[in-house]
Write a protein that binds this ligand. Structure first.
Ligand code: ATP
Ligand code: MG
Ligand code: MG
Length: 422
């Protein structure tokens, strides 16, 4: 998609707007590529993440909305406890390439996302104290977005929650890239095409080994990404575990922030009816019953389960939107032990899915009630005593009635979160 209207072509070492020197790719999405840059100016942060949006008018319009939302979160109340759990914008400007005019947003620099962490765990999940610490901070960020900024994020999911890194790690990554460039080594394409945190990408290790050997050195054990991730992840623990379900040990000092306000909206001004990534989509959104802050809380519930088990709470199959919706509703029904009749009657889509309080065309015998507490005990081998409070917490977040669902503030006082002593 490096074409007219698409991504801006970027090379490692490019200096953008005479200010930002591109060091590595951090990530990419449907709208943008994101780059680790060194700020050559004296003022402002030394390193930033530069989000460079596709240039077609619709992407520019989305970027402009994202900027307005970011400006709001930056200015409303920086003293709020949840302020520091939202990735903040530093600056915004335009860049011109052969593909058009691109909106660029510089953001405070963060490390890998929770999706990277889950990948690192081989999708076995991470240990409960770290889950607790992460979810606590997500909810605190949401109290700020919801209660102070009146913004609904609408895309809470692991890849949009980013982990904070020490500046020293960033400095090492940038330092390594600068050394390569001083030595005049030609960098393999993988440095531009792959993300810096994708440890699974063995190409990158190979690339490093190759470059190091060409310049007559061996890659030291203190490869920047390794240092960082081993700080977070206990590899020994991983290898000692024999059972495939054993979660990965993660340093519970982890700090996170909510990123990607690209799909966010104002509580009184929605941009779209169809929101959220399928697996994290709230019941009221599927039902076409309107949505507000509680839709984000539903996604937090889905994410908390996924972090703890490595598997999604709801992962509907289905080749069409309709069949995926039906499957999704069946999964919700089975996991929550049913859906209250009055909820089945709300929303523009209710008659498509339900009749007389039951899922249409789905024989009741085909549904197997399997509540979260039992799933944790039977499938993930949790102790019953641990499963009860966690399932209780999750059920307050995936409550079918958005009016009864815990708010971010209420969820913060839940005993499961409190019991972890963080
Ligand atoms: P989407 O398709 O999810 O809407 P997008 O084009 O809006 O994507 P983002 O989700 O904002 O882009 O960013 C893409 C990826 O870049 C993120 O998943 C993350 O890996 C990385 N990234 C974004 N912001 C930062 C940041 N501040 N620091 C470090 N990495 C970041
Ligand atoms: Mg994203
Ligand atoms: Mg986005």
């Amino acid at each position: 998609e490096y074409e007219a209207g698409g991504y801006m072509p970027i090379n490692i070492g490019d200096v953008l707007r005479n200010q930002y020197k591109v060091s590595r790719k951090l990530g990419w999405g449907h709208f943008s590529t994101v780059w680790l840059c060194k700020n050559l100016y004296e003022n402002g942060p030394r390193y930033v993440a530069l989000k460079i949006c596709k240039s077609a008018p619709m992407f520019t319009a989305v970027a402009n909305d994202e900027i307005r939302l970011l400006q709001e979160t930056r200015s409303v109340n920086p003293n709020h406890v949840g302020f520091k759990n939202i990735v903040q914008m530093v600056d915004t400007f335009k860049l011109i390439s052969e593909n058009g005019v691109h909106t660029a947003i510089s953001l405070e620099i963060m490390g890998p996302s929770l999706l990277h962490l889950l990948m690192q765990s081989d999708f076995r999940g991470i240990q409960v104290p770290a889950v607790c610490k992460i979810i606590f901070q997500v909810l605190r960020g949401l109290t700020y977005l919801h209660e102070e900024c009146h913004i609904i994020h609408t895309d809470i999911k692991p890849e949009n929650i980013l982990i904070k890194v020490d500046e020293s790690y960033i400095r090492q990554i940038v330092g390594k890239m600068e050394r390569f460039s001083e030595l005049g080594v030609e960098l393999p394409r993988s440095y531009v095409s792959s993300e810096v945190w994708t440890e699974k990408d063995s190409n990158l290790h190979q690339s490093d080994d190759e470059i190091m050997s060409r310049i007559g050195e061996q890659r030291s054990s203190s490869y920047p990404n390794d240092i960082y991730l081993s700080d977070l992840v206990n590899y020994r623990e991983r290898h000692n575990q024999t059972s495939f379900i054993a979660p990965m040990w993660v340093n519970p000092n982890i700090e996170i922030k909510i990123a990607d306000l690209g799909n966010a909206c104002w509580v009184d001004h929605h941009f779209s009816q169809e929101i959220q990534t399928r697996q994290y989509r709230a019941l009221e959104v599927i039902m076409g019953a309107g949505y507000s802050y509680p839709a984000d809380i539903w996604s937090v519930g889905c994410m908390a389960f996924e972090l703890a088990t490595g598997e999604m709470l709801f992962s509907p199959k289905g080749s069409t939107d309709m069949s995926a919706n039906i499957d999704h509703l069946c999964l919700i029904w089975e996991t929550l032990g049913g859906i209250p009749r009055y909820i089945t009657e709300t929303g523009s889509e209710s008659k498509k899915f339900f009749f007389n309080g039951h899922l249409k065309d789905v024989p009741i015998d085909n549904l197997r009630i399997w509540k979260i507490e039992d799933v944790l005990v039977e499938k993930y081998k949790w102790k019953r005593l641990d499963a009860i409070p966690f399932a209780g917490f999750l059920e307050s977040l995936v409550e079918p009635d958005p009016a009864l669902r815990a708010t971010a503030s209420q969820a913060l006082t839940n005993e499961w979160l409190q019991s972890m002593d963080i």
